[in-house]
Each structure stands twice: as C-alpha cells, then as structure tokens.
Design a protein around this ligand. Structure first.
Ligand code: HEM
Length: 457
C-alpha cells in the first residue's frame, strides 16, 4: 500500500443530532427555519422512499438512487423546481438559468453550454490562480484567520474575475458587500417561505430581498454597460462568452438576459464553492495525516504550474478529499421538485402539486447506500475518476438540470485549496468547539472558528 492509498483512521466529523422518531409539522418548521438538515429522523437514514404530509401538502422523500434517476433524469419532464423554493434567491438570479422552466430553460441551457466546456473552463484557470494567490498573500503574516470569511471573499473574488475580469477587493467590492449583506440576512428562510403557496405569495416576506436584489442587479448592469462601452475582445471571461453567445435563431442574448445570467452565475457559484472550501479545510484539520499527504501532492506540483485542466490530475488525493467533503457536507443539502404530471416513482403514485424532496445530505449519509457513511474516508473516491457515475453521489444534482458550473467549481476549489495549503499548515486550537452544519440555501457553519495558520518553511 503506498502513501496515496493508505486509509485514514476512522474519523467521524460532527453532524447535527438525528431525531429518534419522525417529528411533527410545527417542530419541523421550527427546526427547518434554523437549519434544513435539522429535521431528519433515524428512519430517514434507513428508508429509501418516505411519503409524508407537510402542512396539508402530500410529499415524498426519495433517497433510492433509482427513484432519484427517475425524478431528475428519465422522467424530469413530469417535475419542476417549486416556485416557492425560488423565494430566497429570486432577487439575485431573476430570469436566469436556475429558475427558468420548459422551452426558455432549454434555450438558455443550450446558449450557455459553450461557456462551460472543458476548453472554456481551462481558459478561466488564470482567474482561479490569481484568486488563490491573493488569498495566500492576504493571509501572509496572520497566525490566525477566520477561513469561512476568507473563503467567502476568495470564492467571490474568483467568480468576479471569471465573470467580469474584476476582483472583489477593488472594483468588485460593491458586489462583495451586497452578496454578504444578502447572505447574512434575507437569504435565510422565513416563516412566510413555509406558509406561501407560490413564489409571489406573501410578498411582505420578500421586502429586504427585493431591496438588496435591486442594488445587486444595478451593480451587474453597470459592469455590463462598462463592457459595452469598452469592448475587450482579448478578455477570457464569462461575460465575453455571454456577449458572444447566440440563440438558435442566431440572435445575441438581450441585455436583461445577460444581466440575469451573470447574477445567476454569481449567486449560484460563489457561496456553494466557498462552503465546499470551508468544509474541506475543516475536515483536513480533523485529519492532519491526510492534510500532509495532500500537501505533498501540492509540493510536487505547485498551483503556479497549472495551465490546463489536465494539470489538476496531479492532485488525485486532493480531488478525493473534495469529493468526500461534497459527500459529507453537500453545499446544496436539499433539492425540491413539484409534480406537474401524475407519475409513479418506484410504485408510489404522485399527483400534480405533490412535493418531492431529494436530499444530498440524507442520501450521502444513508446507511443502505454507503459503507461507513458517517466517516471521513477520502480514499473511497481515489479509484473513481468519474464519481458522478456513483448512484448515491449527487452533490451537483443529476439529469438535464445538473449543475452547469460543476467543473468550474471543482477547478476553482482545487486551485484555491492548493494555494492555501502550499503556504500554510491549518489547524484548529486544541479544545475548539466542533463546527456543526447549519443549512439555509447552502450548508453553512453554525459558527466560524479562527484557524491557526503555520507558514510552511
Ligand atoms: C461546489 C459548488 C457547487 C455546488 C455544490 C452546486 C450544486 C448545484 C446543484 C445541486 C444544482 C441542481 C439544483 C436542482 O436540481 O434543483 C445546481 C444547479 C446550478 N448551478 Fe451549481 N453548484 C456549485 C457551483 C456552481 C457554479 C460555480 C456555478 C456557475 C458558475 C453554478 C451554476 C449553477 C446553475 C446555473 C444551475 C442551474 C442549472 C440548470 O437548472 O440548468 N453552480 N448546482
């Protein structure tokens, strides 16, 4: 057995308490308004299909991989993203890809696809390297740092650079400020979100979202207007690709659509990736032997040498660690669908209006689907060059609406993590309180600890 495949000792990272028995509706609202992963019971980690009724509305929790494939893949046309699940993010993404349906979605997905090919992502690598280097420089001289905050800033920096060739410290600072204000406040689910029947119901619960969303779109529009005024054909960024994108009839995308797609990429891309980076760093403080082995890969091939996606293959253990972080702490812990056409999922009848819950959190920790489901064992992914083929692994969703930014996120996360670990050993102070996940629109941490940073000699 070589150093790469040596198994880590059994490490079980912290997770919220699982209820001994299913909880009632009122308790579920209370738990879910605090954290979307706080309402599961023991039975949910054993059962693969669980019918339920929530506030009078029937639904089905689907954890069986065949059921997930049915809902998100082969029979995706019978389902849609529920309007009300859009409430916390609609103000940032408008009519962008994340929330459109039917023909509009199909057209948008097709016109955006060229911006996410391996070649297009490869052209964005210098932006990720610059964001990683900026992070390492900011931390130089610090012996402690709030890495949750640092990753937030860096992931936003990376996506601003990739989208607009801007950075979050200087000319992108307004976007960074707005994103942070939104995520700290209105992005959280509120009581109106649970009681609303649709996206536009109980609009008083959305006032703060609309206010910050208006400023957000104004900032995005200003960046687009500036590019129109000063075209930069040499710029390898997503905005350049969106401006060059064409619909099937050959027409360019309208300004409002470009604005909404930019807002979507920013909102969908930076927070999820920053959560992935945080949980990965946290796991590496729990398993210092694995942290050392990842660093050995980085020393052998430093991030400054990365010029193509192929170069990222130099870090197989790091990639496995990221996969295991995505398994244990999926940044998107819950995926919801609403039934639009009556259907049958593994023998279970569902009618229009019924809700389907597919939880990467639950599926990734399910006792029937994984060996040692609660343990941090990155080696389980080492021989899996295509982990998306694993049925019970859906951090980026599945089927036609699978995350369009998955390769973007993974390339970015690998380069940023490498830039950090190349320069610092990271640890948490002895006796530090365990960090528990707290899920809203993404899987955040219940508190943001200061990590000890020791420069690598
Ligand atoms: C670790 C990082 C990320 C995770 C875990 C993640 C996860 C997901 C998941 C689970 C979905 C599917 C949701 C559903 O089916 O309801 C999704 C969709 C989407 N993601 Fe990501 N994402 C990440 C990064 C990104 C990035 C970097 C971008 C853009 C640059 C992005 C853009 C999108 C978009 C536009 C969609 C909607 C796709 C469609 O409906 O066709 N994501 N993401």
């Amino acid at each position: 057995m070589d150093a790469l495949t040596a198994p880590s000792p059994l490490i079980v990272p912290p997770a919220p308490k699982v209820h001994a028995r299913p909880i009632g509706n009122l308790r579920a609202i209370w738990e879910m308004s605090r954290s979307l992963v706080g309402s599961w019971s023991e039975a949910d980690f054993d059962d693969l299909l669980t019918p339920y009724v929530f506030l009078g509305q029937p639904g089905l929790v689907v954890s069986d991989p065949a059921g997930v494939r049915h809902v998100m893949g082969s029979h995706a046309h019978n389902y849609r993203r529920p309007g009300k699940s859009a409430r916390p993010i609609r103000a940032l993404v408008g009519g962008g890809l994340l929330l459109t349906e039917g023909e509009t979605w199909r057209r948008q997905r097709k016109s955006l696809a060229p911006a996410f090919t391996p070649a297009a992502i490869g052209a964005l690598l210098p932006h990720f390297t610059a964001a990683g280097a900026a992070l390492a420089d900011r931390l130089t001289g610090c012996d402690r740092a709030n890495l949750a905050e640092a990753f937030h800033q860096t992931a936003l920096d990376a996506v601003l650079r990739a989208l607009f060739s801007r950075n979050a410290d200087a000319d992108g600072a307004e976007m960074a400020r707005l994103a942070r204000r939104y995520l700290e406040g209105p992005a959280h689910l509120n009581l109106f979100d649970f009681l609303a029947k649709g996206a536009d119901d109980l609009a008083m619960g959305d006032t703060a979202r609309r206010r910050i969303g208006g400023q957000w779109f104004a900032a995005v529009e200003a960046l687009i207007a500036e590019r129109h005024a000063n075209p930069r054909p040499d710029c390898h960024d997503l905005l350049g690709r969106l401006l060059a994108a064409r619909n099937e009839d050959g027409a360019p995308l309208g300004d409002a659509e470009i604005r909404d797609q930019c807002g979507t990429m920013l909102a969908a891309g930076f927070e999820t990736t920053s959560r992935l980076l945080f949980w990965t760093a946290y796991l590496l403080t729990l398993d210092t032997a694995t942290q050392d082995r990842v660093r050995a890969e980085i020393v052998a091939f430093p991030p400054e040498r990365v010029t193509s996606l192929d170069d990222l293959k130099a870090w197989p253990l790091m990639r496995s660690v990221l996969m295991e972080a995505l398994r244990l702490y999926p940044p998107v812990p819950l995926i919801a669908r609403e039934v639009v056409t009556a259907d049958e999922i593994l023998g279970c009848r569902v009618e229009p209006g019924h809700m389907i819950m597919i939880s990467p959190w639950l599926i990734h920790r399910h006792r029937k689907l994984w060996d040692q489901p609660l343990a941090f064992q990155p080696e389980r992914f080492i021989d899996q060059p295509h982990p998306w083929g694993i049925d019970a692994f859906i951090p980026f969703g599945a089927g036609p609406r699978v995350c369009i930014g998955a390769s973007f996120a993974l390339a970015e996360a690998q380069i940023i993590l490498a830039s950090l670990l190349e320069r610092f050993n990271i640890a948490l102070p002895a006796g530090a309180r365990p960090v528990l996940p707290k899920a809203g629109i993404s899987l955040a941490a219940d508190h943001e600890p200061n990590f000890d940073l020791t420069p690598i000699a």
